[in-house]
Design a protein around this ligand. Structure first.
Ligand SMILES: [Zn+2]
Length: 253
């Protein structure tokens, strides 16, 4: 059975995912919990939580890459839920690797570029500043679409149920920021974006979108952030000839 040295895998990922370009990310990106020194089986998931950790342990995964890690800002205390989560990982020898903003932004493996690619929208430029860096992209659809047609395409592609607010424009220039990226709407006029696709619904976005005449498509925080980890999983599987698995634990939010 093929395997890879944990340190080798981590240093490859740190570089490939350009972690050093996001020093201001609140997430402690990179290896957060150290497990077995050799990796035989890789798992990817959106959220670091006990449900996912237990499933990973059952599947004998020894390296788990997630978008939302366990450590934000720093370790405070390993008590309660945090103790249980870390114990599940350590008992099973699972390493936890987190990649937050770099995985929203990444031009090849990232959530936003992958969403555009899956929707067959040509990526035109960066969009959506967050903590001083643009992490989203915008692009033009191949042809003009109705908002209904576009939102059904998003539903099918991301296996989600979008929440849509129609402010009267046909879909041509689409801006995408995954997760809780609603504030990128402020930049919509700058790129003549008519339709803004993000994850989590935000009440604050409504009036701005109405006045800017930008359609809102909320596709779910979870659904918009499955694509990046899956892309990295596929890339690692091919590179190291290892079994990789996506652990799906949808929140529906
Ligand atoms: Zn997120």
């Amino acid at each position: 059975m093929s395997s890879v040295d944990l340190r080798k895998l981590v240093s490859f990922l740190d570089k490939e995912l350009a972690l050093s370009e996001f020093p201001g990310d609140e997430s402690i990106n990179g290896l957060q919990v150290e497990g077995s020194s050799r990796v035989h089986r890789i798992g990817v998931a959106v959220d670091a939580c006990d449900h996912v950790f237990r499933e990973a342990a059952e599947k004998q995964i020894d390296f788990l890459l997630v978008h939302h890690g366990l450590i934000w800002g720093g370790i405070k205390a390993l008590t309660g839920i945090m103790k249980t989560r870390v114990k599940t990982l350590l008992d099973a020898g699972i390493s936890l690797y987190a990649c937050h903003l770099p995985l929203d932004w990444h031009p090849v493996h990232g959530n936003n570029s992958r969403i555009l690619k899956l929707l067959k929208i040509r990526q035109t430029g960066e969009f959506g500043e967050y903590h001083g860096r643009r992490i989203g992209y915008w692009g033009r659809t191949g042809r003009e679409m109705s908002l209904k047609e576009f939102s059904s395409l998003v539903d099918r592609t991301l296996q989600t149920e979008t929440l849509v607010r129609d402010f009267g424009r046909p879909v041509r220039n689409v801006g995408v920021v995954s997760g809780g990226g609603w504030s990128a709407i402020y930049e919509a006029a700058q790129y003549d974006i008519d339709t803004f696709l993000t994850g989590e619904p935000s009440h604050s976005a409504y009036s701005l979108a109405e006045e800017m005449k930008v359609n809102l498509v909320f596709a779910g925080h979870y659904a918009t952030e499955t694509v990046g980890v899956r892309a990295v999983g596929q890339m690692l599987g091919a590179r190291y000839r290892l079994m990789t698995e996506f652990i799906d634990h949808p929140t529906g939010l």
